[in-house]
Write a protein that binds this ligand. Structure first.
Ligand code: SF4
Length: 367
């Protein structure tokens, strides 16, 4: 049903606004370029690997469910999209891009986007600029459209507005009196809505933030890939906790530190904005930067603990878990690591661990 309403929205974007659909796989790509080219991105963060065989045979079974689900989406061909973007943000996605490009039966052009690894260096800017130009050229060719730099400037402004609203909502979370379930139901609309409509969806939440009224419950920082499975936040809520600060790759990790300069150079502005994103293991950010970022989120939001919520077999995230835990606990924050894999519902084991963690925070005891 959810998928049907998304498909209906995207179909209306195609017919009423001449905005073809582009599939976008995790994690980060220059979204402003799509907006400027009048394309509508449908981000696929958490497809359930199918049991109909559509995603079998090409990827190893021990890879994460995100990439196996992505393969299923491409193989089933029922998405209505005219192109797919596969950013090179982890080895699994990189492998999927190579397979997709050499599988003509999937009948969809694949556009890749590579990120510089590790710290921000002068060479990162040069690399990103070249990569961005290649990305634009590929989309121009697929859609037979030319990017207008004036439209790119307007698109950057629109995305800044969207990020401003998202920032108001996420940073205002400790004073926003709605459930996490409702919050994430709205946030997940950003995965397929055009940024104009995403702004409309976020505005009522931003208007509800009332800094005179702190929200009740034990605030937590949550860091991971995607807010799944269903029932996760309900369980957290029942145990007395809520997400006070978000570091999900799909949301908080896409808020640049500031708007970014270079008003008269939109290409340079897109490059800077990519470099201004919070640290993420899929771009090989230093784990010390991640610890500092999570500590700041906890301090600013008054969170008392951190949940590291990883997708099963997600190597980039898992690689950081032990160091993150040590660094955060050294600063007095309690840490819980949970792993999920797009189960239809939260499992009893995860629910018990969430409840025990919240109980421990409530008692103020050490783990
Ligand atoms: S390994 Fe991690 S970053 Fe890569 S696709 Fe899977 S969940 Fe995403």
């Amino acid at each position: 049903m959810k998928d049907q309403s998304i498909q209906a929205y995207l179909a209306s974007q195609r017919t009423d606004k001449n905005r073809p659909t582009v599939l976008a796989f995790p994690v980060l790509y220059p979204r402003e370029v799509l907006t400027a080219l009048d394309l509508c991105a449908w981000e696929r963060w958490s497809e359930h690997p199918s049991s109909d065989g559509a995603d079998a045979g090409k990827l190893q079974g021990y890879l994460c469910p995100t990439v196996r689900g992505a393969q299923g989406v491409l193989a089933r061909k029922d998405h209505g999209a005219r192109a797919a973007i596969i950013p090179h943000t982890c080895d699994s996605m990189q492998g999927l891009a190579a397979i997709a490009k050499s599988t003509p039966g999937w009948e969809i052009p694949v556009v890749t986007f590579r990120h510089p690894r590790g710290t921000d260096r002068p060479s990162s800017r040069l690399f990103l600029r070249d990569e961005l130009k290649a990305f634009i050229a590929s989309l121009e060719e697929v859609f037979d459209r030319k990017l207008d730099l004036k439209k790119l400037t307007e698109a950057i402004e629109l995305h800044r507005k969207l990020e401003g609203l998202l920032g108001e909502v996420l940073r205002g979370r400790p004073w926003l009196d709605i459930s996490d379930e409702d919050l994430y139901a709205t946030l997940r609309q950003l995965e397929y809505k055009h940024p104009e409509d995403s702004c409309e969806a976020l505005q009522p939440l931003a208007d509800k933030v009332d800094r005179t009224k702190p929200r009740k419950g034990i605030g937590l920082v949550i860091s991971g890939m995607v807010p799944e499975p269903e029932g996760f936040f309900e369980t957290l809520d029942d145990a007395g906790g809520y997400v006070a600060a978000d570091d999900y790759a799909a949301f908080g990790r896409r808020l640049p530190a500031y708007d970014g300069p270079i008003e008269d150079d939109p290409i340079g502005s897109v490059v800077e904005r990519l470099l201004l994103m919070p640290p993420c293991p899929t771009r090989s950010s230093k784990v010390t930067r991640r610890i500092a970022h999570l500590l700041k989120l906890a301090t600013d939001s008054g969170a008392r603990g951190v949940i590291l919520h990883t997708v099963k077999f997600c190597e980039p995230e898992l690689f950081d878990v032990a160091t993150l835990r040590r660094g955060l606990e050294k600063e007095g924050l309690k840490v819980l690591h949970v792993e999920t894999e797009f189960e239809p519902q939260v499992t009893g084991q995860i629910a018990t661990r969430l409840e025990a963690f919240l109980e421990m925070l409530d008692d103020g005891r050490s783990e």
